[in-house]
Design a protein around this ligand. Structure first.
Ligand code: COA
Length: 257
């Protein structure tokens, strides 16, 4: 059990709700493990037809817990973050996301692996990996240049530019941008529930076909990114940027060559 992840089980649909509001749902190792286990269970349970992931009507997630990054940087691909990424990557049933407020780092890259994504218009999505002295993860260095073209992808991944729900929708990252958090949650839930009335094997076969092209390449890139990310977490650049966040000051990269 982990108090920061609430798993709501109802007939056909499980909802994974991030529940750490005082830290904007920043994801700890325990939270990743719990979500990975819930996804693995949901995949094996024939009564589950879809999973919805949300942070509620105000905030999706501020991404990886930065103090975890500083205190316990992942040392191998057995770490809970990668365990979670693998569970998402291998999940055979529909995964639906409801996003309102900030969706930072993995809060945005996770969406690239969901089957349906609903966002509030004023959601703030951002992948500040380079800003933190890190590099892209979860296959985003492969997926985003292909989805958006290299120029737009560079703004998002090299500069860490933020974007809103309407942009996410226009760029094909989300299905619909809705007026506010509660409406977004309601729409995502309504769409996720539709899977409970569909033929489960037909849905799973179709998802597998849709995700098959480039899948092995994506798996290889996710491993390459994760290895580099782990190395970069120990770099002086990342330590400066992560410490700066904790100390509420701007990062200073002027001393780095
Ligand atoms: N890791 C750890 N703690 C975090 C966090 C994170 N990723 N994001 C936010 N927090 C903490 C803050 O330190 C603060 O804690 P405190 O109240 O004990 O000081 C609390 O959550 C609230 O955050 P705050 O920044 O005051 O909220 P905000 O509404 O002004 O901004 C965000 C929200 C998400 C935009 C901002 O917190 C942010 O940019 N967080 C970092 C995101 C990030 O870089 N994630 C890593 C991506 S790889």
């Amino acid at each position: 059990m982990n108090e920061h992840i609430v798993v709501e089980r109802e007939a056909g649909l499980w909802t994974l709700r991030l529940n750490r509001p005082d830290k904007k749902h920043a994801l700890t190792r325990a939270m990743y493990s719990h979500m990975a286990e819930a996804l693995e269970q949901a995949d094996l349970d024939p009564t589950v037809r879809a999973v919805l992931i949300t942070g509620g009507p105000e905030c999706f997630t501020s991404g990886n817990d930065i103090s975890d990054f500083l205190q316990a940087p992942p040392t191998s691909l057995d770490n809970p973050v990668f365990q979670f990424m693998r569970a998402v990557f291998d999940f055979s049933k529909p995964l639906v996301a409801a996003v309102a407020g900030p969706a930072v780092g993995i809060g945005t890259t996770l969406l690239l692996h969901c089957d349906l994504v609903y966002v509030s218009r004023d959601a703030r999505l951002k992948m500040p990996f380079v800003n933190l002295g890190l590099c892209p993860e979860f296959g985003s260095s492969l997926i985003l240049p292909r989805l958006l073209g290299p120029a737009k992808a560079a703004e998002l991944l090299l500069l860490g530019e933020a974007f809103n729900g309407e942009q996410a929708c226009a760029w094909g990252i989300a299905n619909a941008a809705l007026e506010d958090g509660p409406t977004t949650l309601a729409r995502a839930r309504e769409m996720a529930l539709r899977f409970t009335g569909l033929a489960p094997s037909a849905v799973a076969d179709s998802k597998r076909l849709m995700r098959a092209p480039g899948r092995e390449e994506l798996r290889r890139v996710m491993v390459e990114e994760a290895e580099l990310f782990g190395q970069r977490l120990r770099s002086p650049e990342a330590i400066e940027a992560l410490s700066a966040f904790m100390q509420r000051r701007p990062a200073d990269f002027s001393r780095f060559a």
